[in-house]
Write a protein that binds this ligand. Structure first.
Ligand code: 5AD
Ligand code: SF4
Length: 463
């Protein structure tokens, strides 16, 4: 159970922040920069929640008094980008030595990177990891009350701390963590090492949070877990993800429910049933394929085959013919031959994904795949990547636009930047729609007739 009480530090942090604001002659500003996935985005909302409660003002500019960078390390280029960014922050700090720079997130769970920052990036004031994010108020307080540098990263996960303050990016939708960590150890993936073992939140805690969000005006929630299909298996009283999903749909005020991510190896029939029966569950499923070759899937430790994946897609489409399917694919896993790659292309052709995120394999230190022989030469990978991208665009294009002429609910998200007088929103399957309407519609769901299709978005009219 949660023992840690972040509020114990909050009163002091509030006082110190207020004193510092007087000393600097202005309210302190904070900018939180997020790299990576939805999980990080949700963590950043908690960091910002803590900062606002402490008396900081939110700023979109890195000129702020405090800059927090929430890092990602899933592929090497995420790390490279951080170091580029740090150079820039260093020059800003030279001009404003009072600036506080904090780094957190997945990359800070890698001991080598933290050592590098400790030695070579001495202007960084605070470093913490994914497991002690909830200590942020305490660490910031220590820095602001005289400690020169505060570097504290825990190697292992500890308890789940509930009820941290949160600043949502938008008022009408919110991510909700249902579990943390991952036990799957796909051989290319660093996530289990930086996010720790799987822990599920109690269903009562999740439902209480969803009810609070609904009372606060949220109409769309995205349930977040590295593999939501293993939700609840290790709770004292095991609960399936499908039953949690059904309960979340029961919360009055919640109109749309999404979730991310569902691993093909253990997507249950019960989940397919709940998805098809519950109108609030959005008609979209992200189902990472990674590769279409049985040989590579085995080396990736994915626990399904090409035929198994295709059979699953067939079952899902039989239950929900209109569902949008999206996926993740890695090109150039060690030992991938032309035949292996053609198997991936074949799955893309057969499934016809609505869209796919394609990645070039990036060796991550400490993962089993990074030590494999037969890393594929760069030219070969680049050439395959391009072929895959072309195919994904072609098959995506063939499926898209299929809702043309229908009237569907659209959640309005903002003004159409290119056309004042029009608003922009999303269908349940995430596709964008622009239609004439005023700003009072933002954050509400309205029926819109889809009258025109332009490649990636619809034009419509409100009915
Ligand atoms: N190299 C390339 N892509 C990766 N992913 C995860 N690890 C790696 C890696 N080492 C991709 C997977 C995953 C997505 C979030 O990132 O496709 O589904
Ligand atoms: Fe990484 Fe696999 Fe876990 Fe996803 S399921 S986070 S790809 S190890």
């Amino acid at each position: 159970m949660a023992e840690y009480r972040y509020e114990l530090y909050m009163a002091d942090l509030k006082r110190v922040t207020a004193e510092e604001a007087v000393r600097r002659g202005h309210a302190l500003t904070a900018c939180v920069v997020t790299f990576g996935c939805q999980m990080n985005a949700r963590d950043s909302e908690k960091l910002l929640g803590i900062l606002l409660e402490a008396g900081f003002e939110e700023s979109a500019s890195e000129e702020a008094d405090l800059v927090v960078i929430n890092t990602c390390t899933v592929r090497e280029n995420a790390n490279t980008r951080l170091y580029g960014h740090l150079g820039h922050l260093n020059s800003m700090k030279r001009e404003h030595p009072d600036k506080i720079i904090a780094l957190c997130g997945c990359m800070m769970q890698e001991a080598d990177e933290v050592e590098k920052i400790r030695k070579k990036y001495r202007f960084v004031d605070i470093v913490f990891g994914t497991h002690n994010l909830y200590q942020f108020a305490e660490l910031l307080l220590r820095r602001m009350t005289g400690e020169k540098r505060v570097i504290e990263v825990w190697e292992k996960e500890r308890e789940i701390v509930e009820d941290l303050p949160v600043r949502r990016e938008v008022p009408w939708k919110s991510g909700v963590n249902i579990m943390f960590g991952c036990n799957n150890f796909c051989s290319y993936c660093i996530v289990p090492y930086v996010r720790g073992r799987e822990r599920s939140r109690a269903p009562e805690e999740i439902l209480a949070e969803v009810r609070r969000l609904a009372a606060d005006g949220v109409i769309e929630v995205m349930l977040l877990g590295q593999n939501v299909n293993s939700y609840g298996k290790t709770l004292p009283e095991p609960v399936s993800f499908a039953s949690l999903l059904r309960e979340v749909c029961r919360v009055p005020g919640i109109e749309r429910v999404r979730f991310m991510t569902s691993h093909p190896k253990d997507l249950s029939d019960e989940l397919i049933r709940v998805m098809s029966e519950e109108p609030k569950v959005c008609p979209h499923l992200h189902l990472p394929l990674q590769s279409g070759s049985d040989r590579i899937l085995a080396k990736m430790n994915r626990h399904y085959t090409k035929a198994g994946y295709l059979a699953l897609v067939e079952k899902i489409r039989a239950a929900m013919p209109d569902i949008s399917l999206t996926t993740d694919i890695i090109v150039g896993f060690p030992g991938e031959t032309e035949e292996d790659f053609e198997e991936t292309m074949d799955v893309v052709r057969q499934v016809g994904f609505d869209s796919a995120f394609t990645f070039i394999y990036s060796p991550r230190t400490g993962t089993p795949a990074a030590a494999l022989p037969d890393q594929v030469p760069k030219e070969t990978v680049d050439e395959r990547f391009k072929r895959l991208l072309d195919l994904v665009q072609k098959t995506g294009g063939e499926r898209s636009g299929r809702e043309l002429g229908k009237t569907l609910p659209v959640l309005v998200e903002g003004e159409d930047e290119h056309c004042p007088g029009r608003v922009t929103g999303r269908l349940g399957n995430n596709v964008m729609v622009h239609f004439p309407g005023d700003l009072s519609l933002i954050g509400t769901i309205v029926p819109v007739k889809l009258t025109d299709y332009h490649g990636f978005y619809y034009i419509g009219e409100r009915i």
